[in-house]
Design a protein around this ligand. Structure first.
Ligand code: UD1
Ligand code: UDP
Length: 451
């Protein structure tokens, strides 16, 4: 039985307000909702409507049994550009938070909805919990990098999916008491579907593709949809389709990409027997394709994670990734979208490479499939014990050698001379590739024992 009530009945009661509004958030929040229901935690679910097409939102509610939102904001349809979208999102989410007065607000990831949830929480003085905290691509031209940095800065508690995410946060001066390691909930959703064999394999025959003889492509990042890069991506796909006539290319097209391909009249160039376009697919169909694909070409964050968990070779159409572990472990190549030859070379290597093992989940750097349980338990604990807005964040790290007095020296240009950042046992510079492999693994059993 559901504990959930109408939002007006929630006033002054002890509950969390969960905010989401896009495809990846729907998919990644599913396990959090499953666990909240299981352990009997009350929540209000606000769906921003940033994504609004059936294929980008509703389908995931149906397939992953997400709860009906208590509040539906329909921001996506109203906004005509990013600034307007973010403005409306902040205004409307803040309005709801003011009405509902939750104990705290929880959101995940790096979308405009996440950013707005973080800022709205600050505006109405509610504590904010950010999941998928500490992810960094170190590329501030990506809106997502801006969003996640702001969300992390505003957050009162930060749930990190990986150990490197913790390093990133510490390196930015975030106190360790505000961070928990939970893993990525994307792993939970995927493992649940695959281990219960819920993926829809019929999609293979519907699209007339055979296992292991096609490449799955997704492309939607705003910075990759500019004329030059989109032209380049299509040229690379044409070359790959020509070079591997026995292979198919399956490309479920994000609505934004569809719009851009139409504007640039690029669809024509890919009219070939071995190129299959589809509308965005449901998660169960998409997972079936991922599992059967020989390799994956993508600029998506979530798809990189999922392809890694399934042991697929990934060619990432970006110069950086926040899921650096997938690169370190040899599953992912970052090729960017600046040179057709480089993309094609990457894809050839992926197709011709020997199969890679499916990673052992118990020590997997991205999570063991139990992140949703950890998140739900943390939410439960916070509701019981309370959470305050932190006012004392970002203290100047003590820049001194261990054991010695604070010694902050300045050079002639006015900058402090940093001898040793002893507050952290690892800093980014000290992580060298050979040791990285060992560093990124997580003993999840131990994490749970200490939680
Ligand atoms: C957003 C996220 C991105 C995430 C992606 C998941 C931000 C800044 N980015 O990007 O991190 O990877 O979602 O897919 O929030 N559109 C539709 N129907 C829809 C949704 C979008 O037609 O249901 C079209 C609209 O033309 C819209 C455009 O896609 O303007 C972009 O959508 P938007 O939500 O602004 O950003 P995404 O590119 O989807
Ligand atoms: N996905 C899907 N259907 C598709 C393409 C992707 O269900 O046609 C899923 C995919 O499995 C992953 C998520 O959507 O879980 C990734 O979303 P997206 O690439 O839009 O966003 P990102 O992860 O880059 O933020």
């Amino acid at each position: 039985t559901s504990l959930r009530k109408h939002p007006s009945e929630h006033m002054r009661s002890n509950l969390v307000m969960i905010v989401a509004g896009t495809r990846p958030e729907a998919i990644k929040l599913a396990p959090v909702f499953w666990w909240l229901e299981k352990i009997g935690v009350d929540y209000v679910f606000v769906w921003s409507g940033q994504h609004y097409d059936y294929e980008m939102s509703r389908v995931f509610f149906e397939q992953l049994k997400l709860p009906e939102p208590d509040v539906f904001l329909e921001v996506g349809v109203q906004a005509s550009n990013v600034s307007e979208q973010v403005g409306l999102l902040i205004q409307k989410i803040a309005g709801e938070a003011k009405k509902i007065q939750p104990s705290f607000v929880y959101a995940l990831g790096d979308t405009n909805t996440t950013l707005a949830a973080a800022l709205a929480s600050a505006h109405v003085s509610r504590p904010f919990v950010h999941d998928e905290a500490g992810m960094r691509s170190f590329d501030m031209t990506m809106l997502e990098e801006v969003n996640r940095r702001v969300a992390d800065a505003v957050a009162d508690l930060r749930l990190a999916p990986t150990k490197l995410a913790i390093v990133n946060l510490l390196y930015e001066g975030v106190p360790r008491s505000s961070i928990r390691l939970v893993g990525s909930t994307a792993v939970d959703t995927l493992i649940y579907i695959v281990s219960n064999k819920l993926q829809k394999e019929e999609v293979l025959s519907e699209l007339r593709v055979e296992p292991d003889s096609f490449i799955l492509v997704t492309l939607h990042r705003r910075e990759n949809l500019v004329d030059e890069r989109l032209h380049l991506a299509i040229s690379a796909l044409v070359e790959i389709a020509r070079a591997f006539p026995d292979f198919k290319i399956v490309f479920p097209v994000h609505p934004h990409t569809r719009k851009r391909l139409e504007e640039l009249r690029l669809y024509r160039r890919l009219e070939r027997d071995n190129v299959v376009f589809t509308k965005p697919l449901g998660y169960l169909e998409f997972v079936a394709l991922l599992q059967a694909a020989r390799a994956v070409i993508t600029d998506s964050g979530g798809v990189q994670e999922e392809a890694f968990v399934l042991g697929k070779r990934i060619v990432t159409l970006r110069r950086t990734t926040e899921w650096i572990e997938t690169v370190v472990l040899g599953y992912n190549q970052l090729v960017g979208l600046d040179d057709v030859g480089e993309v094609v070379k990457g894809v050839v290597a992926a197709i011709e490479g020997r199969p890679l093992p499916v990673p052992d989940l118990t020590r997997s750097p991205l999570g063991d499939g139990r992140a949703g349980r950890r998140v739900a338990k943390i939410i439960q604990t916070l509701l019981e014990s309370g959470i305050e807005r932190r006012g004392d964040e970002f203290k100047i790290p003590i820049l001194t050698k261990e054991g010695s007095d604070v010694s902050l020296c300045f050079s002639a240009d006015g900058f402090p001379v940093v001898e040793n950042v002893s507050t952290y046992c690892i800093s980014r510079e000290r992580i060298i590739p050979e040791t990285l492999r060992a560093v990124i693994e997580v003993n999840w059993e131990e994490v749970d024992r200490r939680m």
